[in-house]
Design a protein around this ligand. Structure first.
Ligand code: MF3
Ligand code: CO
Length: 247
């Protein structure tokens, strides 16, 4: 069941979403070679707390950190550790903030110094996939049009789309209906109602789309060890388009 939010609820969501947006920008200005992924997580924890919000991920099904920090062949849910970031890495930082009774969710993939042409293109195309995915999106759009558009753009660029993780509805819970796949057939799926709030989050791989979850139960690693990228925003479906709350 897709929850439709009232204007008042959407207003309450603006704050956690703005904190996510600002936290991602804050991290983007600081992330650099020599930092550990745990240090990135500490930046996120401190920022969210200082904003009067709670990091939604911390303790979520036992998740041990405030952010997912996923390096190179890790596509999502990288657990912050003592791993040191190096020039040439691409690092996705995914985080959620909870405030006013609602969650906000967003992710960016950052380049550490100069990266290979392939990684550079992958990060760019993954961002583009988000914007392609929401192109023309408005009340009444069939849900799987989003995945159709994401998949077409990724594959046109020689990349593949991760199937085993999807976007999702968001609100009082971090994950609500519907599931928002990044692949799909045009014109299919439920028609999105006005004032639904969803996270659109393409996860795109340079190689094949198959993923393996590490023994820690979280870290999602590309089976072929090729790099992958992730980009996410929380968006409101409106009568005439979308409103992006985390940009
Ligand atoms: N932010 C992630 C998402 O996009 C959720 C990861 S939080 C974790 O859905 F606790 F599951 F790691
Ligand atoms: Co999400």
């Amino acid at each position: 069941m897709i929850f439709v939010k009232s204007e008042e609820e959407i207003s309450l969501m603006r704050e956690p979403c703005a904190i996510v947006r600002d936290c991602l920008a804050f991290v983007g200005e600081r992330i650099s070679a020599g930092m550990t992924t745990k240090e990135v997580d500490t930046l996120v924890y401190d920022f969210i707390k200082a904003s009067g919000a709670e990091p939604s991920c911390l303790g979520y099904y036992g998740y041990p950190a405030s952010a997912c920090v996923s390096v190179n062949e890790v596509v999502v849910h990288g657990i912050p550790s003592d791993r040191v970031l190096e020039e040439g890495d691409i690092v996705s930082v995914d985080l959620c903030a909870y405030k006013n009774g609602f969650h906000g969710d967003g992710a960016r993939t950052f380049r550490i110094g100069k990266v290979s042409p392939e990684k550079d293109k992958l990060v760019r195309v993954t961002e583009e996939c988000f914007f392609k995915g929401i192109e023309g999106l408005k009340a009444g759009t069939p849900l799987y049009d989003i995945g159709y558009r994401v998949q077409r753009h990724a594959e046109e660029n020689g990349f593949s789309v991760i199937r085993s993780y999807t976007g999702h509805g968001i609100g009082r819970e971090m994950h609500e209906d519907p599931s928002v796949p990044n692949v799909g057939r045009k014109g299919t799926g439920v028609r999105l109602p006005a004032n639904a709030v969803i996270c659109v989050e393409p996860m795109i791989a340079a190689g094949g789309w198959r993923v393996k979850v590490a023994d820690d139960g979280w870290t999602a690693v590309m089976l072929d060890k090729r790099p992958a990228a992730h980009y996410e925003n929380t968006v409101v479906i409106r009568e005439n388009g979308v409103e992006i709350l985390t940009l």
